[in-house]
Design a protein around this ligand. Structure first.
Ligand code: PLP
Length: 379
C-alpha cells in the first residue's frame, strides 16, 4: 500500500509505532482461530490428542526433520533434551555468554553446569574459535543459540562436537523458519528446542514449545519424559515431568504455522528496508554472513550510548526494547558461579549497547520508513 492511499486518521495512528503488535496477526486469523477453538471444544479432548499429533507432523515437515515432540514451553524443551540424553549432575554444557537466561536455566534444571563461551561481536552468536578451549572431560554438549533469529555457525560447531564426541543442541526459540546454508533451523544439530511464546515468530496464544530431532531413540524418550515418564497410563518407567503442549495451543499453532513463511517474508522486507535505509554511522547494524537467512525475530542495532538512542526513539513514539540488559553471568540468579564484571567482555559490551527496533509481520512499510528516518536523524 502506498502512503497516499491511507486516510489521515490511519496515517496519524501509524506515527505511533509500538515495539510489537500481538493484536493484528490474531485479528487477521480471527475466524480460523475461533474455528480451531470450537473444534477442540466440541471434541472434548484437551491433552495429547489429534491436534497435537497433527501439529507435530506439520511442524516436523516444516523443519525438515523426522520428529517433533510438543512440550509446555521452550525452556522445558531444552531441559528435557538434556535429561533425555542423560546429561546431569557433574556434567558441563557449553552455552553462549550472551543469550536469554533460559538457555542457561535449562542446563541448571538438568543439574549440569553452564560453561559460557563468548560470542562473535559481529553475529552475536557463539564464536566457534573459542569453544575448544572451554571443553573439559566433563563436557557433554554444546548448546548453540540462534540469537535474534540468526543461525549460529553450525558447520564449525558440529565439527568440534564430532571431534570431542559431544551432543549439539540448538536453542531455536527465536529462529523459526531461519535457514543455514539452505538447511532449516531445528534440523542443524542432534536436537533443537523451540519456543512458541506469543512474541516469537511462531507464537501460541499462551505458553508452548517443542523439540525437533532426527534421533528416533531420543524422540521416544522425550515422549515418555514429557508425560510423567509414562507410555502406558499409570505405568511410570522413569520419573518424568508434566510438560505437554495442549490441544488448544496445538490447534492455534496449526492455524498460525500456515502463515509463518509469509510473515517471515514480511519481516525480511522490513529488515532489508532498515539495512538499506539506515545510514547513521554512529550505529552498528546486524551482520548477516553469506549463506544465512535469519528469521528476523529481532532487528538489533548497537550504539555506545544506548540509553540516549533508546530515549530519543521512544520520545518520537517508536517502541524499542533491550535484548537483553544484563548477561546471565551477572544475574543474581547465577551468583553461585561467582562470575564478576569484565569476565565476559564481549557479552557485556553487547548487553550494554544493543537496542531492538520494531520488526513484525504487521508493521507497515511506511512505519518502517519512519523508523529509518528517525534513526538517521539521531545525533
Ligand atoms: C524465549 C526463549 C527461550 C524460552 O522459551 P519459553 O517458551 O519462554 O520457555 C529460550 N531461549 C531463548 C533464546 C528464547 O528467546
Amino acid at each position: 500500500m502506498h502512503m497516499a492511499n491511507l486516510s489521515l486518521p490511519t496515517l496519524f495512528k501509524m506515527m505511533n509505532i509500538p515495539f510489537l503488535d500481538l493484536k493484528a496477526p490474531h485479528q487477521e486469523l480471527r475466524a480460523e482461530l475461533q474455528q480451531a477453538f470450537n473444534d477442540v471444544l466440541d471434541s472434548g479432548w484437551f491433552i495429547q490428542g489429534n491436534q497435537l499429533q497433527a501439529f507435530e507432523q506439520e511442524y516436523a515437515a516444516y523443519c525438515h526433520v523426522k520428529h517433533c515432540i510438543g512440550v509446555g514451553n521452550g525452556l522445558d524443551a531444552l531441559h528435557l533434551i538434556l535429561r533425555a540424553y542423560g546429561i546431569g549432575a557433574g556434567d558441563e554444557v557449553i552455552v553462549p555468554s550472551n543469550t536469554f537466561i533460559a538457555t542457561w536455566l535449562a542446563v541448571s534444571y538438568a543439574g549440569a553446569t553452564p560453561v559460557p563461551v563468548e560470542p562473535d561481536l559481529l553475529t552475536y552468536n557463539i564464536d566457534p574459535k573459542l569453544i575448544e578451549a572451554a571443553i573439559t572431560p566433563r563436557t557433554k554438549a554444546i548448546m548453540a543459540v540462534h540469537l535474534y533469529g540468526q543461525p549460529a555457525d553450525m558447520d564449525a560447531i558440529n565439527a568440534i562436537a564430532a571431534r570431542h564426541d559431544l551432543k549439539v543442541i540448538e536453542d531455536a526459540a527465536q529462529s523459526q523458519g531461519a535457514l543455514y546454508k539452505g538447511r532449516c533451523s531445528g534440523s542443524l544439530g542432534d536436537a533443537a528446542g523451540h519456543s512458541f511464546y506469543p512474541g516469537k515468530n511462531l507464537g501460541a496464544l499462551g505458553d508452548a514449545g517443542a523439540i525437533t530431532t532426527n534421533d528416533d531413540d531420543l524422540a521416544d524418550k522425550l515422549r515418555v519424559l514429557r508425560n510423567y515418564g509414562s507410555q502406558v497410563k499409570y505405568i511410570n518407567e522413569v520419573k518424568g515431568f508434566n510438560s505437554r503442549l495442549d490441544e488448544l495451543q496445538a490447534a492455534f499453532l496449526r492455524v498460525k504455522l500456515r502463515k509463518l513463511t509469509a510473515w517471515n517474508n514480511h519481516r525480511k522486507e522490513v529488515a532489508d528496508l532498515y539495512l538499506n535505509g539506515i545510514n547513521n554511522e554512529l550505529l552498528v547494524l546486524p551482520t548477516v554472513p553469506d549463506g544465512i537467512e535469519p528469521s528476523w525475530h529481532l532487528f538489533v542495532v548497537r550504539f555506545a550510548n544506548r540509553d540516549a538512542l533508546s530515549k530519543y526513539l521512544q520520545d518520537k513514539g517508536i517502541g524499542v526494547v533491550i535484548h537483553y540488559p544484563v548477561p546471565p553471568h551477572l544475574q543474581p540468579a547465577y551468583a553461585e558461579l561467582s562470575y564478576v564484571k569484565g569476565q565476559f567482555p564481549v557479552a557485556e559490551e553487547i548487553h550494554n549497547q544493543v537496542v531492538s527496533l520494531p520488526i513484525y509481520p504487521h508493521l507497515h512499510k511506511y512505519q518502517a520508513e519512519l523508523v529509518v528516518d528517525a534513526v538517521n536523524k539521531f545525533r
